[in-house]
Design a protein around this ligand. Structure first.
Ligand SMILES: *Cc1c(COP(=O)(O)O)cnc(C)c1O
Length: 457
């Protein structure tokens, strides 16, 4: 017998509930809110134990099948997972019970590959069933764009338009997007990441574009969040010493999609003691958690952990919803969440560039472990947390910091700090030589709209 599928509601609570397929293909809810599941299945301790013998793609199938259920053919889902996750997910011990999970081994060498590769495959699956077509419109602070461009490149039923802030991405990040071409169109915007995101949101809400089948691949899409819960299960299953051991994760956060994946895993029964939210100087969420007052940072600050330069994280409305509050799309809190519960689950740290650099330096010299700026922020957050909890057992708990990009993506920084030049992973070598193609655009919504309309003439 078929179970009732899980429905998805909008965080603004003004749109009807939809199925997984609809939420995936729509991206943003019609009322401007973000989709979240109305309920989540539980994974029992026995099931968790069984995951410890599985490979990554098998764990992905297990977890996603639990959530998506009968809304996708099981065999197909299993194949999609095997295709998407054909790379390593190393769990490296730094010392004691402290680990770093490397989410940087995918084709674009950032953790965004985990979400983008699964989401693109899920979308292609549903679209091809009815021979439909879709355009991905997305804003990137660097790594999303390359992961999305690579994940959708060459797909039959989907093309993509990607906006990036001209001056805020590295040459390598840009080239990962602009050298693909074909069904991938790239726009360099004369503005910041927040501006890119604003234009994309305007396009989605524009009635004059309603004839264009647009959807988002930003972390606002639920299809990106669900796959990001998998590696939390995977790390626990591989590393926990006993089955109800509580684990601590340090998550380097910008738009908070990664953290949302963790919160989903926790809600499904993963025994997480606390999540450490580690941000750069864009500390609007740590401030919110400490004070209960939310103040976006506009413009966002430029830090060396560039993929986390976000002054108003799009997933914050989801976090607020998880703790029974309501935040609308402008960041206004309509109903205050349960701050006590939130503080019990989330410990927030903001890290400066100077601290990021010294963490990279120290971790390399002390442990021979090479971090890049984003992973360094996670590690620094973990260190602060352990320092505060030094005398309690918490300081000795299983703790996992997430490394979200490959060090080779930040050659100039690492050369300045350590005077070494990290070798490129195979997936990134040879990029410099390839020809680029992209459009430069002023920060003006009218121009983007014209571009989209012309493209679909
Ligand atoms: C996107 C990104 C982050 C931030 O992840 P969020 O889900 O937006 O919080 C951190 N590190 C790297 C390398 C990224 O690309």
């Amino acid at each position: 017998m078929k179970k009732n599928p899980i429905k998805y509601y909008s965080t603004n609570l003004k749109s009807p509930e939809v199925t997984f397929k609809e939420a995936l293909l729509k991206g943003l809810a019609p009322d401007g809110g973000l989709y979240l599941p109305t309920s989540l299945p539980l994974i029992t301790p026995g099931e968790l134990e069984s995951l410890s013998f599985k490979e990554y793609h098998e764990t992905a199938f297990y977890v996603l099948n639990k959530i998506i259920g009968d809304e996708i053919d099981k065999e197909e889902l299993s194949e999609l997972c095997a295709g998407a996750y054909n790379f390593e997910v190393p769990l490296e011990k730094v010392y004691g019970r402290k680990y770093i999970m490397r989410l940087d081994q995918g084709p674009t060498a950032s953790f965004k590959d985990f979400a983008a590769r699964m989401m693109s495959r899920l979308m292609q699956y549903y679209l091809s069933l009815n021979n439909q077509h879709l355009t991905i419109l997305t804003a990137t602070s660097g790594d999303t764009g390359s992961a999305v461009a690579n994940a959708f490149y060459g797909l039959k039923n989907i093309n993509a338009i990607i906006l990036f802030p001209e001056k805020e991405v590295t040459m390598m990040q840009r080239k990962q997007m602009t050298t693909l071409q074909n069904n991938i169109k790239i726009i360099a915007l004369d503005g910041k990441f927040d501006d890119c995101q604003k234009l994309v949101k305007l396009a989605f809400l524009d009635p004059e574009l309603s004839s264009v089948p647009l959807t988002s691949a930003n972390s606002i899409n639920i299809g990106r969040l669900l796959p990001q819960s998998v590696y939390y299960f995977y790390a626990f299953a591989k590393l926990a010493a006993y089955i109800d051991e509580k684990v601590i994760f340090s998550v380097p956060s910008g738009n908070f999609g990664n953290l949302m994946g963790g919160l989903i895993a926790k809600k499904m029964g993963l025994p997480v003691k606390q999540f450490i939210i580690s941000t750069n100087a864009n500390n609007e969420v740590p401030e919110f958690i400490h004070t209960g007052i939310y103040q976006p940072i506009n413009p966002s600050k430029n830090c060396i952990s560039s993929a986390m330069n976000v002054g108003h994280p799009s997933n914050l409305a989801r976090i607020v919803a998880f703790y029974r509050g309501i935040m609308n799309e402008t960041g206004t809190i309509i109903k205050q969440p349960d701050m006590d519960q939130m503080r019990e689950d989330l410990f927030a740290v903001s890290v400066t560039d100077e601290e990021t650099r010294s963490t990279i330096d120290e971790t390399f010299k002390k442990y021979n472990f090479l971090l890049e700026p984003h992973g360094a922020i996670a590690w620094k957050g973990l260190k602060e947390y352990s320092g505060i909890n030094k005398r309690s057992m918490t300081g000795k708990s299983l703790s996992i910091a997430l490394e979200t990009a490959h060090p080779a993506k930040f050659p100039l920084e690492l050369q300045q700090i350590l005077n070494i030049y990290p070798p490129l992973p195979n997936s990134l070598s040879g990029l410099e030589m390839r020809p680029e193609d992209f459009v430069c655009m002023e920060n003006n919504y009218g121009l983007l709209k014209d571009f989209i309309l012309k493209y679909f003439k």
